[in-house]
Design a protein around this ligand. Structure first.
Ligand SMILES: [Zn+2]
Length: 103
C-alpha cells in the first residue's frame, strides 16, 4: 500500500525539526535524515468498494495511485520553492476533502 503523501510530508517536517534540534550542525548529514525519512510508515488503505482508490485513516485523504504520486510530487516541489499557501494543490485538497465528508 502506498504511504499517505500528506501525512508523510507532515511527518518528515517533524523528523527534520527534531533532527536539527538534537544534532549539532556539523554532525548533520542528508543521508542520516533520509534514513529517518525511510522509516516513515503511514500506509493508506484500499477502498473495498472502489479498488482504484486509497484512503488515509489519519487525515482522510482519498485518492487513486496516480493522484497520490501527483500530490507527492507537488508537495516535494512546494518543499523546494516554499510557495505561499494559496496554490492549486491546496485548493484541490480542500475540495476533495469536502467531497469526502459529503459522501
Ligand atoms: Zn494521511
Amino acid at each position: 500500500m502506498p504511504n499517505c503523501p500528506e501525512c508523510t510530508a507532515r511527518e518528515k517536517k517533524k523528523i527534520q525539526v527534531k533532527y536539527e534540534e538534537e544534532t549539532p550542525e556539523e554532525e548533520r548529514g542528508r543521508e542520516d535524515l533520509f534514513k529517518l525519512f525511510d522509516e516513515i510508515d503511514i500506509p493508506m488503505k484500499m477502498d473495498e468498494k472502489n479498488r482504484r482508490h486509497f484512503i488515509c485513516k489519519r487525515c482522510g485523504l482519498y485518492a487513486t495511485r496516480e493522484e497520490i504520486s501527483d500530490i507527492r510530487f507537488k508537495l516535494n516541489q512546494k518543499e523546494r520553492t516554499r510557495d505561499d499557501k494559496h496554490d492549486d494543490y491546496l485548493e484541490w485538497w480542500s475540495k476533495s476533502k469536502k467531497e469526502k465528508v459529503e459522501n
